[in-house]
Design a protein around this ligand. Structure first.
Ligand code: ADP
Ligand code: MG
Length: 490
């Protein structure tokens, strides 16, 4: 695998730095901004010695945490970037400054490839052909995240169709109507997870002797790097052969090819060759084929020929199920109230949601600190702040009505039954607390009530909070949810 050129490249610091930047970029993409900032940002690269990369972290605690939780992944990503790297030593040590990722807290923007492309790892065909070539299985799976299996995927309304399609392809690749399978949806909704799950499933079947399949999974970005590298080294024939000889080709984040005309063209030919030969293609993108402006028409057309499955934004229920599944797997008790709070607050991206939960779990594991609503707010202070924004009285009314299961119109109605009056008082109290509206203004919003009514509500709720802890917790939860940000109010 490694050539002389590659070995020479490795000792050159800029090459290593570029590889490191990409590894960090991938980590950031995979684990999300929150998790990356919390645990990984402070890693600095020390250097390469033989086949071992050394990375420093500034505390022992961070070192242990990163080692145990991310070590394998970091090694795998390094190996993908640079096949000569087989081990990554994560140590407690000072920041090396020169090749650090910590300066501005962001890894390089992956949407723009560096002008000078370092040599890339060979593709990741997993299956018989490589196995016969004597490659140990673990390396063949290096790019696939072991957590991304069908079993680890929580199915709910927003993703059940995409899940079913992925299952179907994994069980019966190249079946009519499912080729290509085009998965699309917003960031962090599970596209990559489903693609890896397909690969794992095919691998498991193969191991059970079901049928021999070779699977290649790569990002569109990687496809391009490989193609360009092949062009540069005049190895396009090998490139074509390699990519057209697999049974299942999966290319993730196809939107990356927009504007990359040559690579698009090559992908189109690869695509046709494979489909004509009865092989399965799976691609993912952030948009549907018809919305992929900038992608050649003929490619768009071919992409929509098979099955197009949309991963919709998550619902509150799905977010709760995901949190429950992940907390259970981690074996850390997380109270429902905390999960509800997170599921209400962090709505856009499962990766962020997971990152937040992991942070709570880490605190629980490392410091034996029970996960409470208070601890959550403290630990996630920085993330939650990012979700903060102005709250309106309308939103307060909506949220409170929803929470107490009453009709929104009863916020303005004259009804005085306790099950209506109490939530209304809570809403008034929160309006006073969370907005800058005056008592008369608030009164007007609640069916033209007098400002003294609002005043009474505010003091009554205040008293109840003092004497009734469960009521207090309810109000607190509502307050935090309302402060939580746009997505919190579905
Ligand atoms: P995408 O590729 O769509 O941006 P990913 O597949 O990388 O998103 O998912 C982001 C993270 O969220 C991953 O850690 C993934 O395991 C997790 N995730 C997303 N959807 C689900 C789900 N339905 N069940 C369990 N985990 C999920
Ligand atoms: Mg993805």
């Amino acid at each position: 695998m490694p050539t002389t050129t590659m070995e020479q490249d490795i000792v050159a610091t800029p090459q290593l730095a570029a590889q490191w930047a990409r590894v960090r970029g991938r980590l950031q993409q995979e684990f999300g901004e929150v998790e990356y900032r919390t645990w990984l940002r402070q890693m600095t690269l020390v250097g390469l010695d033989g086949d071992e990369i050394t990375v420093h972290l500034p505390t022992r605690f961070l070192r242990d945490w990163v080692r145990s939780r991310y070590g394998d992944r970091i090694t795998a990503l390094w190996h993908e970037e640079n096949p000569d790297v087989r081990r990554v030593d994560i140590r407690f040590g000072p920041s090396t400054g020169a090749i650090s990722g910590a300066e501005d807290g962001r890894a390089e923007d992956l949407s723009t490839p560096p002008a000078e492309l370092p040599p890339m790892a060979p593709p990741l065909p997993i299956g018989r052909s490589r196995e016969r070539a004597g490659e140990p299985r673990s390396e063949l799976n290096a790019g696939l995240d072991p957590r991304f299996t069908f079993e680890g995927f929580v199915v709910g309304k927003p993703n059940e169709f995409a899940y079913a399609c992925a299952r179907r392809v994994a069980e019966q690749p190249s079946s009519a109507g499912f080729n290509p399978l085009f998965l699309y949806g917003g960031v962090g909704l599970g596209k990559t997870h489903l693609m890896h799950a397909i690969a794992w499933e095919l691998l498991a079947r193969e191991r059970n002797g079901a049928w021999p399949v070779s699977v290649a999974y790569m990002s569109a970005e990687k496809f391009m790097y490989r193609f360009i590298t092949a062009l540069r080294s005049q190895a396009t024939l090998e490139f074509k052969e390699q990519h057209r000889s697999v049974d299942v080709l999966m290319v993730d984040d196809l939107q990356f090819l927009i504007g990359k005309d040559n690579t698009q063209e090559e992908f189109f030919h690869t695509f046709n060759a494979l489909v004509d030969a009865g092989k399965q293609i799976v691609v993912s993108a952030d948009k549907s084929p018809s919305d992929m402006q900038g992608l050649e028409d003929r490619l768009r057309t071919r992409l929509s020929c098979g099955m197009v499955a949309d991963l919709h934004s998550t619902t509150f229920e799905l977010r709760m199920s995901i949190l429950q599944a992940k907390a259970q797997r981690a074996g850390v008790p997380v109270p429902d109230k905390v999960m509800e709070f997170l599921a209400h607050k962090i709505t856009s991206n499962v990766r962020e949601l997971e990152g937040a939960l992991n942070r709570l779990i880490a605190q629980a594991n490392l410091f034996g600190r029970p996960v409470t609503l208070d601890a959550t707010q403290e630990i996630l202070h920085d993330i939650l702040k990012a979700y903060e924004r102005r709250v309106t009285i309308d939103e307060i009314q909506r949220k409170v009505a929803e929470h107490y299961n009453m009709r929104l119109t009863d916020m303005y109605s004259a009804r005085r039954a306790r099950n209506v009056a109490r939530p209304r008082q809570v809403a008034m109290y929160l309006a006073k607390q969370l907005t800058s509206r005056s008592l008369p203004e608030i009164g007007r919003k609640f069916g033209n009530r007098d400002h003294t009514t609002v005043m009474h509500a505010v003091s009554r709720v205040g008293q109840l909070i003092e004497v009734d802890p469960s009521f207090a917790e309810d109000v607190e939860l509502l307050r935090r949810m309302l402060e939580g940000g746009a997505g919190a109010l579905q």
